[in-house]
Design a protein around this ligand. Structure first.
Ligand code: ADP
Ligand code: MG
Length: 240
């Protein structure tokens, strides 16, 4: 029987909001506007996942699927130093792949599962989970097919999380929400509809605060209190 491991985000406030950090055996989704910190959180998790368990890490390797070309190995160096780790060793334990189509993204997951069966991984990042689907199924009348393929891919992610005791961290975009909903002044909502909402164990809404401050709110979790955490993006990664 596998037990949940909680991996620190680098911010105590954010960890507390999450009940200790991002969890293995589940899918954490982060959505928010451009520059809200989704990719920077991914970079910090790439490092913190490799910390020993007693330092709130996962003592494991990281797989990174990048659909937007925004992973920066250079960013890993100061983050590793901040945590007192050897940057080259940390980089060696990040298996990186760029995906160019939704099919490519899906096939990369199949390959990763084989790798995870052989080596101890604790984190799988997909940044962004939906961008390629929105490009590859942009035509009118393609939404149903897109949602079906998206569901297929998300079920792969769930399977990987459960089979290998891995935390999945995936990012999502926001789209206009003419219906308004809970965003009356700035009507936006996460992309991906019910299919994505259903797959995510926990949904985090990120937004910009003052300067380098960012605000994270748990979105749409009936069993959790309506709480927020404020964190900062720094050269050393996510911090309080
Ligand atoms: P998203 O993925 O949500 O579009 P990012 O995670 O890429 O957003 O966040 C981009 C922001 O991160 C930048 O606007 C900047 O404020 C901050 N940032 C990026 N690199 C650094 C750094 N080295 N030091 C401090 N802040 C940084
Ligand atoms: Mg990004």
């Amino acid at each position: 029987r596998k037990s949940v491991i909680r991996i620190t985000t680098g911010s105590q406030a954010l960890d507390e909001l999450l009940g200790g950090g991002i969890e293995t055996l589940s899918i954490t989704e982060a959505f928010g506007e451009f520059r809200s910190g989704k990719t920077q959180l991914a970079h910090t998790l790439c490092v913190s996942t490799q910390l020993p368990i007693h330092m709130h890490g996962g003592n494991g390797k990281v797989a990174y699927i990048d659909t937007e070309g925004t992973f920066r190995p250079d960013r890993i160096v100061p983050i590793a130093e901040r945590f007192g780790m050897d940057a080259n060793a940390v980089l060696d334990n990040i298996i990186y792949a760029r995906a160019y189509t939704y099919e490519h993204q899906y096939n990369l997951l199949l390959g990763l599962a084989a790798k995870m069966a052989e080596e101890p991984f604790r984190l799988l990042i997909v940044d962004s989970v939906i961008a390629l689907f929105r490009v590859d199924f942009s035509g009118r009348g393609e939404l149903a097919e897109r949602q079906q393929k998206l569901a297929q891919m998300l079920s792969r992610l769930t399977k990987i999380a459960e089979e290998f005791n891995v935390a999945v961290y995936m990012t999502n975009q926001v789209i206009a929400d003419p219906g308004g909903g809970m965003f009356i002044s700035d009507p936006k909502k996460p992309a991906g509809g019910h299919v994505l909402a259903h797959a995510s164990t926990i949904r985090l809404m990120l937004r910009k605060g003052k300067g380098e401050q960012r605000v994270c709110k748990i979105f749409d979790a009936p069993n959790l209190p309506e709480a927020e955490a404020v964190f900062q993006i720094t050269p050393g990664g996510i911090m309080d």
